[in-house]
Design a protein around this ligand. Sequence first.
Ligand SMILES: Nc1ncnc2c1ncn2[C@@H]1O[C@H](COP(=O)(O)OP(=O)(O)OP(=O)(O)O)[C@@H](O)[C@H]1O
Length: 762
Amino acid sequence: MADDGMLMNFSIADSVIKPEAKFKGGTWRDRLVAKKRSSHRGSENGPKDAAARNAASKNPNQIQLGDRPAKRQRTDDSSQRPQRSGDRRPHQHPREKDPRHFVSSLFTSNPEAQNAEEPKQEGEVEEAKPTNAPLIDGLDTFTNLGLSPNLAAHLLTKLELKAPTAIQKSSISQLLKEESDAFIQAETGSGKTLAYLLPLVQRIMDLSKATKEHNDNQVHRDSGLFAIILAPTRELCKQISVVLENILRCANWLVCGTVIGGEKKKSEKARLRKGLNILVATPGRLVDHLDNTEALDVSNVRWLVLDEGDRLMDMGFEEELQGIVGKLDARQRPSRVPGVPTRRTTVLCSATLKMNVQKLGEISLKDAVHIKADPSDDEEKEEKDDDEAFRVPAQLKQSYAIVPAKLRLVSLTAYLKRTFMRKGSVMKAIVFMSCADVVDFHFELFSRNQDREQQRKLEREQREKDGKPEEEEKPEEKEELSPHGTIAPARAFSTPTNPVILHRLHGSLPQNVRTATLGSFSRSTEACVMICTDVASRGLDLPNVDLVVEYDPAFSSDDHTHRIGRTARVGRDGRALIFLQPGCEENYVQVLKRGYRDGGKALTRTDANEIIKRGFGGNESGKKNWEEKTTDWQMDVERWALDNPEYLEMARRAFQSHVRAYSTHIAAERSMFNIKELHLGHLAKSFALRDRPGKINVPGLRPGQEDSKKDFKAARNGAGNKRKAAAADDAAPGALPTDDAARRMRAKMREHMAGANEFNLA
Ligand SMILES: Nc1ncnc2c1ncn2[C@@H]1O[C@H](COP(=O)(O)OP(=O)(O)OP(=O)(O)O)[C@@H](O)[C@H]1O
């Protein structure tokens, strides 16, 4: 399989962790391999090798091999501890003697940050005013912008929306008065959904007026489907549909509905047969109904909205979109309803919309109007902006942490411990991780019940002492707060006074579980954390999210903008922290800075030691210092993985998938996320692993993925997307990402991680 090749290709750590000259213990196979490797390395002492070592020395993620003695095979707990901690080591785990395992110290041999912190001048950073809040100057009201008094009153009284936001102001007036196509681009959390929905609903409400003037009956659900709104995920479609239903309460003769998959097609067909005026859909499902549902009459469709338009124009959706636009064109007929425009208007909307899309199927978007929150931006600036990163809400406080690979797990734990130390300081936090396997592993780790583990251990030891035969261990009973196993107490960072609830979300979960988990996180009034993949990065409007942590940086800076945009919405405060490793990843700071109007003066920096000290240092007086406490915690987690084969496999799978995922950063940013600079041995430690990276190879699919894979293939073939299928299937083994290879690898990875669900190709 191509994957095996891909994985082998990542097994570069053997070149950065020097093996012992003598390899004792292990199986004969291990000893033979070690011997062969060491003799092979011995013959590499030419000038070429010296040059390679020189080059490697420039990489702070790699450990200088020539300047220090070969690493000993450490099987002793004391090696884990800082030197001064002495020899106070707890019970040694029998597996710690396993020569296939490598126990490295947390606080030694970590690469230093390359760039020094920029000094900040006092008073340089001013408190930024929110840039995505409603305009409360009293000058702009929904009625002034052209909405009917009826609709404006409904917004005020029923939806408690007093004034429009800047993008709503620009968009409503434009879309009410003109028929041209439009690009709506504005910061995350600035109310773009209403920016296109309100003028759309107003225009359709106006059709009713025109119909009445012609002495016909009012427009009703059978009058025709006038608008289609497309969004990339089911969650987003549902969210849009809820907002739409709320607006339509003031015009109850108009009806909206969704076709998004995840439920029986029969019930969707029935809904379409009953008649709808506005339809919210995922592209894949709409294509399906256009092909197979006679009741879906699109001859009257005059508005097509692409929410998260850049994502919809991206790989994975382009063919569906071309198909949809082609069919809408072919089936369009003059409408019997008076006032219906002759041509269809297309609106693209996103926080990261590059307004250079020229064509969408048969539609030319060349003359599309660019709608921005600040129309005073002149053309010159607009052009310049297209090359730059997209703005983030000014009130969003961003920081970055330089964290070496080995310290990643303890740093994340420490950061969350500190965050939830006091009740009420943070209500909800979202932690983004690279892929589903990584999410699942951390969910298990952070929710593990140490008291119960301790009890099981004592029982085991007692049995050993009494000479009783070893009982077959029953799988650990999990104390979960949801029937689906996606919600559990976050024991790793809860305190007795502030219990935290942990959620997990990714595209490999069945749709009903995704919906239930998201709903629970959204409604929760307790402190809670959701660890998730990018499935939650776009468009989702989750209340009271105070903090976003990007434990794994996003695969593109656009995705980063969307992720951090889950906080600091409509004028509220928010914080975001991104983990970067010393070395090439530090260059990502420049990308973070580009999101600010002032060049990122407010961006703050922290490092692993500072985070760990605050999280593991604690206030309680004790003999141990923060390094010892952290080391104990890490050792405990490593033993937990060793003791439980199920979790060990999860950890290995997570590590493996993470490395695969790392290679799929977009081409333009790959120099900052260079897989060759990744220290796999150190990285393995942050997955609680003691294995040598070259030995980590979990075959097969993640549990429960088989069905998703089948679904994906069916969906892919169903959509007639042969080219993509071919691209995914022949992902070149071993080839480190070129542009094309990375695209293929991303497709492959989505397949691996049931990305079909993530991006709703079904
Ligand atoms: N005029 C307004 N006054 C107060 N709140 C508003 C207003 N308009 C929208 N909101 C609220 O702002 C929140 C964010 O809106 P929305 O999801 O449309 O933002 P967005 O710009 O689409 O964000 P993203 O780019 O992340 O998708 C919603 O909870 C919405 O109810």
